[in-house]
Write a protein that binds this ligand. Structure first.
Ligand SMILES: Nc1ncnc2c1ncn2[C@@H]1O[C@H](COP(=O)(O)OP(=O)(O)OP(=O)(O)O)[C@@H](O)[C@H]1O
Ligand SMILES: [Zn+2]
Length: 754
């Protein structure tokens, strides 16, 4: 063929590629923003950098579970933002170490201590006089209290004092000196709060030593930080104390005045001018709770009392404000209060100003996130917003305001002021830091949470099923996970493909839940589903006599572990799958560098296998002594060491469990065994009694049968065999009845002859 006629080869080019169509776009992170009262897509001001400020505690008493609710939930949020979504979070918290509550509590403890010291053994008459006077004073406080919960608490306190007073009176009347002394002690103890209120009213102004206030704040700050570390709350990046920022507060307040949004009153206090602020069209007062501005005076007064502080609500102070909504930026200090010099005279910062000043000092004029407890929304956070916006004269400060839901106990907010609190320390005596964290993970951070033993029980139950899953998977992995060998990779059959599909679906749902305002509650539910799917898969494979696929099980367990690490429930340093035993956690909740599991497991596996073989031989040869020893090794010796041996389809599964948990389990087992033993002994006893009764019955001669035992007094005449013919009252017995009695007679005759 003529080569010129050959068709020219068409140059083949890269085939056109189509971008995947109909792909679902990944969900975006949204957060519930109190400023809009809905979920908003999260967009930081500056790339991945997130400036985040949270209100810290007022350090005048021990931290309680209500505080844990806020700080632990915020710790979870912070970790998710940082370690799941990859934001560069700068986390700033303040400590309120100058405040009306601190001043009052410090003076009261100081005065009460002196009262007890001076009058080591106050004569009984003096105690009576003082308590009566203190009670009178306290009743006025009770009558003027507007908060119904506090009122109720005061009422209980008054009643208790009155009860102890009556007891003392009776002991005195009876002239029983020992009983009188004891009753006096009880009265003094019960009257502590009432007496300290009274002492403070009379002598508070004489407390001039500033170390009284500083010491109290330092003590509780230390306690708070130690509690947070015990709960495995990450240390903040910056901690600010108002006592360290007073010069900055003064400068800040001056700027607000010069911008026209604050004024100095005659007594040396400075107030925020809410009207001036609100009247400027650029600004808006009470962005979070607009309903609260210009409320009826009673509610306003209640809010003011709580937020301005008890020491700052005197009539003359109220009169010097231009509007009842105005709040103090700077409070002139009275006698018995700490003070710093300023151009307005000796004074101290108001509560709200500290957060505005300190967050501005660290983060500048813009914040991405501001957070705190739900109760801080109004007036604290609304006032913080107004102050910063007045200072910069710029209506944009915080982009996202997050408020943690309140923790309640028996339907009431857990609070220091209501004295219905459970300290973090006490809670940690009953539960581990991990269990408390799981409790918070199981509730949406923005929801109300009722703290009770039943809510804790649910957290414990989740911990148990998750832990058992981890331990079981780890046992399989120890025996069958061989990633360095060909036999470690098995073909994925129907069950594996199905599980992998469900696993993938659940992972997407977990991601969606985290994007949905960090909904850890749903994530925990997804974990539950995943674990039951995993467990069901294992059981099915075992039924078929096959080893479950270790790659798949390992991926599931590692996925859950990893998220629990992000949530702070498992130390980041843990290289293994599953929880770290509480025995291995040090005080800060981090795992020790020594990995107990990796070291001891090979030896424990060898021991378990040896035990199993010895047991089989002992069973075969019926050597009970060896079987008993094998039981003791499992139930006592290894339990004490935190090791659980379980029988699963003829294989011994080895699990490392917290020693305390194992001992508790063993205790339950012992109790159950005792109950069963008792039940068995009772049954045997009853059977013996029955047999004895029957044996005795057999010995009765048939002719005597109707004349003894239950028959005595029933009949008056008998025939020659001893069968009754007449009832006790002389009436003749009917023929059919006699027939029945004859049957009984014949049966007895047979028994007797036997
Ligand atoms: N019961 C609670 N539930 C949730 N958060 C709480 C609870 N009690 C206090 N908080 C939060 O803890 C943080 C520190 O509170 P703070 O020390 O100001 O407590 P407080 O309001 O003075 O205490 P209390 O209400 O117990 O008298 C705040 O963010 C506050 O909202
Ligand atoms: Zn604050």
């Amino acid at each position: 063929m003529d080569p010129n006629l050959r068709p020219v080869a068409v140059k083949r080019v890269q085939k056109h590629w189509d971008q995947p169509k109909n792909a679902t776009p990944p969900p975006q992170l949204t957060v519930y923003n109190s400023l809009t009262r809905q979920k908003e897509v999260f967009v930081p001001n500056e790339g991945k950098r997130v400036r985040w400020y949270i209100c810290g505690p007022t350090v005048y008493d021990s931290s309680h579970m209500g505080h844990a609710r806020s700080y632990l939930s915020l710790d979870i949020l912070r970790r998710v933002f940082r370690d799941y979504f990859g934001y560069d979070v700068e986390f700033i918290m303040n400590i309120t170490d100058v405040d009306d509550k601190i001043i009052k509590r410090a003076r009261q403890s100081h005065l009460l201590k002196s009262y007890f010291n001076e009058s080591q053994a106050p004569p009984v008459m003096k105690v009576c006089e003082d308590v009566v006077a203190a009670l009178e004073h306290f009743k006025t406080k009770f009558e003027t209290e507007m908060d119904p919960d506090k009122k109720k608490m005061f009422e209980v306190m008054i009643k208790k004092v009155q009860q102890q007073s009556s007891a003392l009176e009776e002991a005195m009347k009876a002239q029983d000196s020992i009983a009188t002394e004891e009753a006096k002690g009880r009265l003094l103890n019960e009257s502590r709060d009432v007496l300290s209120e009274w002492l403070d009213h009379n002598h508070g102004k004489d407390v001039r030593d500033h170390s009284v206030f500083d010491d109290l704040a330092k003590t509780y700050e230390k306690e708070f930080l130690a509690d947070m570390a015990r709960l495995n709350v990450l240390p903040v990046d910056v901690l600010t104390r108002v006592s360290e920022y007073v010069p900055e507060v003064i400068t800040y307040v001056k700027k607000i005045i010069s911008n026209g949004y604050a004024y100095a009153a005659e007594d040396g206090s400075v107030y925020f001018d809410t009207k001036a602020f609100e009247q400027n069209p650029k600004h808006f007062y009470a962005k979070l709770v607009p309903e609260a501005y210009g409320e009826d005076s009673e509610q306003l007064l209640k809010n003011m009392k709580e937020s301005e502080g008890e020491l700052s609500m005197s009539d003359d102070r109220l009169k010097s404000k231009r509007s009842p909504n105005d709040f103090a930026l700077w409070k002139s200090s009275k006698d018995g209060e700490p003070f710093w010099p300023s151009e307005w005279g000796n004074g101290r910062p108001g509560w709200h100003i500290e957060c505005s000043v300190m967050s501005s000092a660290i983060c500048g004029s813009k914040l991405d996130i501001h957070a705190g407890g739900f109760d801080l929304k109004f007036p604290h956070h609304d006032n913080e917003i107004a102050q910063v916006e007045a200072h910069y004269d710029d209506p944009h400060w915080v982009n996202y305001f997050l408020h943690c839901g309140t923790l309640r106990i028996q339907g009431m907010k857990m609070s220091k002021s209501l004295k219905n609190f459970i300290t973090i320390r006490k809670a940690l005596e009953d539960y581990t830091p991990r269990q408390l964290r799981l409790l918070f993970l199981m509730h949406n951070w923005a929801d109300v949470l009722d703290y009770s033993s039943s809510t804790m029980e649910r957290a414990l139950q989740f911990e148990k099923i998750t832990n058992e899953f981890f331990l079981l998977v780890k046992d399989f992995l120890r025996r069958h996970y061989k990633p360095d060998r060909s036999e470690g990779y098995q073909k994925f059959q129907g069950k594996e493909l199905k599980l992998m599909e469900e696993f993938g679906k659940l992972k997407s749902e977990v991601h969606e839940a985290l994007c949905d305002s960090v909904d850890t509650r749903s994530v925990i539910e997804k974990f539950r589903e995943l674990i039951s799917l995993g467990n069901a898969y294992i059981v099915e494979k075992e039924k078929e006599g096959h080893v479950p696929n270790c790659l798949l099980l390992r991926n599931i367990a590692a996925y859950i572990t990893n998220l629990l690490k992000i949530f702070g429930a498992i130390p980041q340093s843990n290289q293994e799958i599953g929880f770290v035993s509480e025995d291995e956690c040090n005080g800060e909740g981090a795992s020790t560098s020594f990995n107990k599991e990796a070291v001891v497991m090979p030896y424990l596996d060898a021991l378990a296998q040896f035990r199993e073989k010895v047991r089989l031989i002992a069973k075969e040869h019926k050597v009970n002594g060896i079987l008993e020893e094998c039981d003791t090794l499992r139930d006592k010796t290894l339990t004490e060491l935190g090791v659980r041996l379980e029988d699963r389809n003829g294989q011994t599964v080895v699990k490392l469990v917290d020693r305390a948990t194992l001992l508790r389990e063993q205790e339950q087992k012992d109790t159950e065994k005792k109950r069963k033993d008792k039940e068995k002994a009772d049954k045997e006893q009853k059977a013996r009694e029955k047999a004895d009764k029957e044996a005795a019955a057999k010995k009765i001669k048939p002719e005597e049968l109707f004349k003894q035992g239950e028959h005595v007094g029933k009949y008056s005449k008998f025939d020659e065999r001893g069968v009754p013919t007449h009832l006790a009252d002389g009436t003749e017995i009917t023929k059919s009845q006699i027939k029945k009695l004859e049957k009984v007679y014949e049966a007895q005759k047979k028994k007797y002859q036997q």
